[in-house]
Write a protein that binds this ligand. Sequence first.
Ligand code: NIG
Ligand code: FE
Length: 417
Amino acid sequence: MLLIKNIRLLAGILPAGVTKLAGADMARLETISDAWLTVGDDGRIAAFGPADTMPAESGYARVYDAGGCIVTPTFVDSHTHLVFAASRQGEFVDRLRGLSYAEIAARGGGILCSADRLNAMTEDELFNSSLHRLQQVAACGTGAIEIKSGYALTLEGELKMLRVIRRLKQAMPGMTIVATFLGAHAVGRAYAGRQDDYVQHVIDDMLPAVAAEGLADYVDVFCEQGFFTVEQTERIAAAAHLHGLSVRLHANQLHTSGGVEIGVKAGAHSVDHLESAGDAQIELLARNTDTIPTALPGASFFLREPYAPARKLIDAGCALAMASDFNPGTSPTGDMRFIWSLGCISMRLLPAEALNAVTINSAAALRLADQYGSITPGKWASLIFYHPDVPDIDYIPYAFTHPSIDRVMLKGEFTTR
Ligand code: NIG
Ligand code: FE
């Protein structure tokens, strides 16, 4: 057993059984000043409390002095494309010169360019570069993460990506990884001009192979003008269900795509992006609370496009989540602390609301809220220890480039030092 003492502020405490925070409750952030916390040998939170209730140190094999710092749960990043071949800063410069994301995609850049590079790589090369990135996001405070395929768009390449994700799970057991098959991210080159045939290939060939190897927990579709239609999304979602897989969607990023409606209808665990969601979609999500609306403000920031109506979603009573969308084309960062800041700075969330969006509610989006997202006995002791110079919680999203994070613990073990 490990005893952590001298925590100046323990934040993000929730009773067991709370699976998400919705509407006005998102501003709730329970804390204990001058706290201690114990971690069982199983890596889970055993107990915690204020200093005057601290158990005797002699009863613990290990005692760690937190040095008077703030401690929160680790972030849950519920939407990433962390397995990718290479960065795409050339397109970044092209956009600075005036081209749009859609124009770059139309002339063969974007997702298809990533796919060419990934299909040319060996599984080992892809694994090594992805593991490096995973270690970096862990150091930034992410304790559980969803990773999508969708940068191969060929049967073999998609399986290669998902096998890499499976190897990442084995290589980093302290990180919980959820795998999502996103074969319908774009139409693979071999199917250019034959979009329906590609959808059939996803349904008839890719999905069964993915399911047979047990490589994915979820199926995702980029439901968007120029990518996949509502009808195609519905067919892929139905096929996913036949294979026992749940659905999450890229919805309403560039247009009012119908993605939210089909997501709700298909029982999607989350609908992500939502930059183009209007009042009708917000009302629908407020009534259908099993589908977690997820904002990806890193993509809006990077593409200089509108942000999801996060404030309106919360005010309508939704349990809003936020995630990084870490990918080389539209959000080249997996730093969830920056996403927390962007939630406040660009979408006017309060620090507590934005923190809940990147912890308990993003855990809910992955159906991991019984394991992650709060300081609760029985959940993983996956914790962020901030620098002692961080004065309070509000300072963390406010000082958006300050290196606030000192150490990260995953399942009871420190990742560094
Ligand atoms: O989530 N929207 C679709 N897919 C990614 C971007 C992919 C890329 O440009 O490589 C996203 O933003
Ligand atoms: Fe994405």
